[in-house]
Design a protein around this ligand. Sequence first.
Ligand code: 5GP
Length: 192
Amino acid sequence: MRELKERILKDGQALNEAVLKVDSFINHQVDPKLMENIGNTFAEKFSNDRITKVVTIESSGIAPSVFTAKAMGVDLVILKKSTSKILDDNIVQTKVASFTKGTEYQLTLNKRYINAEDRVLIIDDFLAQGEAAQGAIRLIEAQGAEVVGIGILIEKAFQPGNKALRDKGYPVYSLARIKSLSNGHIEFLEEE
Ligand code: 5GP
């Protein structure tokens, strides 16, 4: 997606060889017009897949996912990284390693919001090791639902997440695929 790639080149910052900072338009401050265009792009890409739910992981996946779900006319389910203090025996959890924080968290879903009839599109801001996406897949499939596609804003193609998901047969559609972040320079894979 040209608009996203141009914005990454303009405002993104390669913090080191592995981490891209996009705080000014995705992760801290959010550009809603860009998020809306991203949502429309995902909705169009998966328009023939009879998606019934969009699922994302809090918090940075929420903005683009809201627009995706709105464009598709379906509800959005936000997987939680922390459990509410209000006890609820209706939840399923799976452990996920955080790439950026170097910690682990329990990804949590209330079973009420995904059922065996659902055809799910997962949306997230980044794909790195693929841990977050695979955690989401575990929770969704545990409900008997089907993961029909995975939409990613920024895929770091030099990390193993993309291969891990594609090898398992999940269609991954990334709007910007980064080849390298070496020497503070952001380089995309040549495609389109
Ligand atoms: P994974 O589970 O694929 O290793 O990492 C995905 C999650 O880690 C994303 O949801 C995102 O929040 C975070 N993440 C991974 N790499 C980056 C990065 O380079 N920059 C930022 N801002 N977040 C990242």
